[in-house]
Design a protein around this ligand. Structure first.
Ligand SMILES: NC(=O)c1ccc[n+]([C@@H]2O[C@H](COP(=O)([O-])OP(=O)(O)OC[C@H]3O[C@@H](n4cnc5c(N)ncnc54)[C@H](OP(=O)(O)O)[C@@H]3O)[C@@H](O)[C@H]2O)c1
Length: 340
């Protein structure tokens, strides 16, 4: 693929591409063709192989590969980046979709490295991955973070508002009890950790866009809307899971009639794929998309100081030395970075 010919096909890595939103985005990109090769990155090798098999059939393209990546393990993230660098048989890396995510509502869990799991997987694992892969990208290229409207306290999503006490307090909540430590149940605490991790995704999107300004690599955030029936509810209680898996998916058209941000996973997967493949988005960076619409993210998400500190403390937490921190600018193509 030549640069500047209007197409940016190449390799796209999708984390959590084994099911749900990531799978549907992978299917949509594979089906579009346009020179894209999709790498499904998932933590379970067998599940990855099954997803790749289905995608080759359903997406109608053989250009789908699988690689193992467990975002709850910094060791695994580093191994993935090394293994990816060794894959000189793949087309140039043109897109990374940080989609994998989880919600833990049954009590506190920790990653292999001792970080609270929601923050560890949804933010820190992706943070390290982006830092290790961005140097392997061929400009023009795109990074997309899957966030959520639940990061915005002004949207009535029914989820607790995020609370951002700083990266270390989120990584080690036991040492730094925050709101929820006294009185709130595990469900509320877990959901708040989730919405906070989604705020971290937006901070990271904007900070990355600023750091990559001028490089030809863009960074945008995506809100798929509520998609009942995905695996995100897997840690919920049996009744809530039943409603989410069996009842609410049937009501998506009804929610739509009332203008609610509720979608099928297929619709949102297509909208996410567009952020990777849409030619009209070339050079667009530092933006937030609700489905196909560009909108403003929450007011707190534009806090530059929090974003910069999250970036720097995350580097410390994942053990990225100063020599590995992303350079600012230095590229060829100006992006349309939003200045808020
Ligand atoms: N569903 C919604 O209503 C909704 C709304 C707004 C935003 N989102 C966001 O959309 C994204 C996708 O969620 P989904 O709804 O599609 O949920 P999902 O069906 O549970 O998919 C999540 C994906 O993430 C992967 N994953 C989880 N932990 C991982 C780890 N440690 N390492 C690597 N991969 C891991 C899962 O792999 P395994 O299957 O192997 O666990 C799965 O492929 C998430 O970022 C979520 O926050 C969802």
């Amino acid at each position: 693929m030549r640069e500047g010919d209007g197409k940016i096909g190449g390799t796209v890595v999708i984390t959590g591409g084994t099911q749900g939103l990531g799978y549907e985005a992978a299917r949509s990109i594979a089906a579009a063709g346009d020179g894209w090769l999709v790498v499904v990155a998932g933590r379970d090798g067998e599940k990855v192989a099954r997803a790749v098999g289905r995608l080759r059939t359903e997406g109608g393209s053989p250009r789908v590969e699988g690689m193992v990546l467990d975002l709850a393990s910094l060791r695994s993230v580093r191994s993935f980046a090394e293994a990816f660098a060794a894959r000189d048989d793949l087309p140039p890396l043109r897109a990374l979709v940080c989609n994998a995510g989880l919600q833990v509502v049954s009590g506190t869990r920790y990653t292999e490295d001792g970080f609270e799991t929601t923050f560890g997987v949804n933010h820190l694992g992706h943070y390290l991955l982006v830092n290790l892969l961005v140097g392997q990208m061929a400009s023009p290229a795109r990074v997309v973070f899957v966030s959520s409207g639940t990061h915005d306290p002004k949207q009535r999503t029914g989820m607790p508002a995020p609370h951002y006490p700083g990266a270390k307090a989120l990584a080690w909540p036991g040492r730094n009890p925050g709101p929820g430590a006294d009185g709130e149940g595990a469900g509320v605490v877990g959901r708040r950790r989730y919405t906070t991790s989604k705020l971290c995704n937006v901070y990271t999107t904007y900070e990355l866009a600023r750091r990559l300004s001028g490089s030809g690599i863009t960074s945008n955030a995506f809100d798929p809307g509520y998609m009942p029936g995905t695996g995100l509810a897997r840690d919920w209680g049996p009744f809530a899971r039943f409603v989410s898996d069996r009842v609410l998916p049937l009501l998506v058209p009804v929610f739509g009639m009332f203008g609610m941000n509720v979608n099928t996973v297929e619709t949102s997967g297509g909208a996410l794929a567009r952020l990777v493949t849409g030619q009209e988005l070339e050079g667009v960076s530092g933006r937030y998309f609700e489905g196909k619409r560009e909108v403003r993210s929450s007011e707190p998400s534009y806090d530059r100081e929090n974003a910069a500190k999250l970036w720097e403390t995350s580097a410390e937490l994942v053990g990225l030395g100063a020599e590995n921190v992303l350079p600012r600018g230095g590229g060829r193509q100006p992006e349309r970075v939003r200045e808020d």
